[in-house]
Design a protein around this ligand. Structure first.
Ligand code: C2E
Ligand code: CA
Ligand code: CA
Ligand code: CA
Length: 274
């Protein structure tokens, strides 16, 4: 292998310098997000495929930095995932989602189940399960009111704690869903190894559904396989009635996407469910 010579700094041009400065500024600001109260949750409906009635709400993190303005989660979440900052953000999300669920319980007879995204590093924390249970007790909510969305990155870890956490969470009554299904290298092996409740077919398969025969075949196969394993199947990123029609015909259980509603503040959902 080539050694990095002293001259390697010549590759560090002005553009890279700008990018680095931006990244450092972003990371610095992100450390302030929790203490400064800059985070909020938006919620997006997951509906029953046949009827388009609300089934659950997915909580999605939003950050408006005092110094940088709104920052996309696609940008700041991967950055937070590089360090234990994601644990702090993730814990904030859990508490906020539970606080909101408790508020909805006061306001309506049928408060929606909330689906919470959990990062691999957060899930692997030794105290993840007790922390989650303590949070439910603190907010006066039941584990069955929540679903945890994990990705393959969580399950890929060669860490016995992962299987134990999954087992413990199931036993407590939390639902577990596998997010972005089909995008990883070995999605199928995780279905064999872990006992999950739901798979969410990644948006990339849904986007091309109308035009691409291979996406159609894959989506059909994923739905059939999920059902044969006793799993509920959600399709994400549903934007058109034609996509909806295809998924309903293939007996996909639940749909999520702009066709049914964009992520929106909690207050948006209050009227509909009271
Ligand atoms: P995800 O978990 O796959 O969430 C779905 C993303 O797709 C959301 O983007 C949502 O706004 C977007 N989306 C939903 N329906 C449609 C549609 O019909 N068309 C299109 N084009 N997009 C749609 P968002 O809110 O920007 O979040 C991006 C990602 O950031 C999420 O992907 C998730 O991986 C991560 N994320 C968001 N909130 C959290 C959180 O609280 N914790 C963790 N660990 N990750 C989060
Ligand atoms: Ca998700
Ligand atoms: Ca997803
Ligand atoms: Ca995704």
């Amino acid at each position: 292998a080539k050694k990095r010579g002293r001259g390697s700094h010549v590759f560090f041009d002005a553009t890279m310098n700008d990018a680095l400065t931006d990244a450092l500024r972003l990371e610095g600001a992100l450390h302030q997000a929790v203490p400064q109260g800059e985070l909020t949750l938006h919620y997006q409906p997951i509906v029953v495929a046949g009827t388009a009635k609300l089934h659950k709400l997915e909580a999605l993190l939003r950050w408006t930095s005092a110094s940088l303005g709104p920052v996309s989660p696609a940008r700041f979440i991967p950055m937070a995932e590089q360090s234990t900052l994601i644990v702090e953000l993730g814990n904030w999300v859990i508490h906020e989602a539970m606080r909101q669920r408790a508020a909805w319980q006061q306001q309506t007879a049928h408060p929606p189940i909330i689906s919470i995204n959990v990062s691999a590093r957060q899930f692997a924390q030794e105290n993840f399960v007790p922390m989650l249970l303590a949070a439910t007790q603190h907010h006066g909510v039941q584990p069955s009111a929540f679903e945890l969305e994990l990705t393959e990155y969580t399950l890929v870890a060669d860490n016995p704690a992962i299987a134990l956490h999954l087992q413990a969470l199931r036993a407590c009554g939390f639902s577990i869903s596998l997010d972005d299904f089909g995008t990883g290298y070995s999605s199928l092996s995780y279905l064999a190894r872990f006992n999950l409740h739901t798979i969410k077919i990644d948006r990339s398969f849904i986007t091309n559904l109308e035009t691409d025969a291979r996406s159609q075949a894959l989506v059909k196969a994923i739905i059939a396989m999920g059902h044969s394993l006793g799993l509920a199947v959600v399709a994400e990123g549903v934007e058109t009635p034609a996509q909806q029609a295809f998924l309903v015909a293939e007996q996909c259980d639940y749909l999520q996407g702009y066709l049914f509603g964009r992520p929106a503040p909690a207050s948006t959902f209050l009227e509909e469910h009271s």
